[in-house]
Design a protein around this ligand. Structure first.
Ligand code: HPA
Length: 274
């Protein structure tokens, strides 16, 4: 039996997606509760993750598991309805395989969205946040192991992990549309437990504004491969201990649902302005 390398698996997945959906210039990863945004695509085509060879399958409620392509404001766009998280048991090569596939298919801009807990005490549930930088407190890195030299260097720079131009463009769009947009540092912790109040105090002391269980491995791999990346969080709840009440996934989904129209308006404006 031949054992395929990771690079070969990426190529096979990319070929299947290209066959089903063609190519695209922009890719959007839709976080918890934001999957309905695929409805915005014109001339949409799609492929189920099950039908993409070597692709992982999403297991979380609110993450459906389909790869879409279509046009929006005259631009070709992929949308991933459902992402992979380390807490599901995937290794980070699997978690970030979609980003490699996007790079293989020539995507120039990746927009990562997520649901996050608000750590900054000036935030409120329902706020949207532009990710300006990240803290990786997971103890893991998706580039661990032999380097994929054809994608990027062994020691990639993370000074400008989140693209500055895309941030400026997003802030301008938000201002024009009168959408309040926080700017902050996203902290990745593995999950699946929500954090303890002590952990949240720690992340705040370290400079985090929001906390979540995704996105950072994808940012790292996007940057490694030289793809420009924008990150947007929906603050679905205040993080543990900020309010004297427990957290649950239903609340996260519900708030995601409440703000999805504003979120879409912002995303739409960004894609139009790209
Ligand atoms: N913590 C971690 N991940 C999350 C949260 C949170 O409070 N809310 C949404 N995703």
């Amino acid at each position: 039996m031949t054992v395929l390398t990771y690079a070969e698996k990426i190529n096979l997945a990319a070929t299947a997606i290209e066959r089903a959906c063609g190519k695209a210039d922009i890719a959007v990863v839709l976080g918890s509760g934001l999957g309905d945004y695929v409805e915005a695509l014109q001339d949409a085509s799609s492929i189920d993750y099950h039908d993409i060879p070597h692709f992982p399958i999403s297991t979380v409620e609110g993450h459906k598991g389909r790869w879409y392509a279509g046009t929006l404001h005259g631009k070709t766009v992929y949308m991933m309805q459902g992402r992979f998280h380390a807490y599901e048991g995937y290794d980070l090569a699997e978690v970030t395989m979609p980003i490699r596939v996007m790079q293989k298919l020539g995507v120039s801009t990746i927009i990562l969205t997520n649901a996050a807990g608000g750590v900054n005490l000036d935030y409120q549930a329902g706020d949207l946040m532009l990710i300006t930088d990240f803290l990786n407190l997971s103890g893991k890195n998706p580039l661990t192991g032999s380097n994929l030299d054809e994608y990027g260097p062994r020691f990639p720079d993370m000074t400008y992990a989140l693209d500055r131009e895309l941030q400026a463009l997003t802030l301008a769009v938000a201002e024009k549309q009168h959408i309040p947009l926080q700017k902050g540092v996203y902290c990745w912790l593995n999950g699946p437990t929500y954090e303890t109040p002590a952990e949240i105090r720690m992340t705040r002391a370290l400079g985090a504004d929001a906390v979540g269980m995704s996105t950072v491995p994808e940012i790292i791999v996007a940057r490694h491969g030289g793809t420009r990346v924008l990150g947007l969080s929906c603050i679905t709840n205040m993080a543990a201990g900020v309010l004297d009440q427990p957290l649950n996934h239903a609340e996260v989904m519900e708030m995601g649902n409440k703000v999805k129209d504003t979120f879409r308006k912002l995303l739409d404006g960004v894609i139009e302005a790209l």
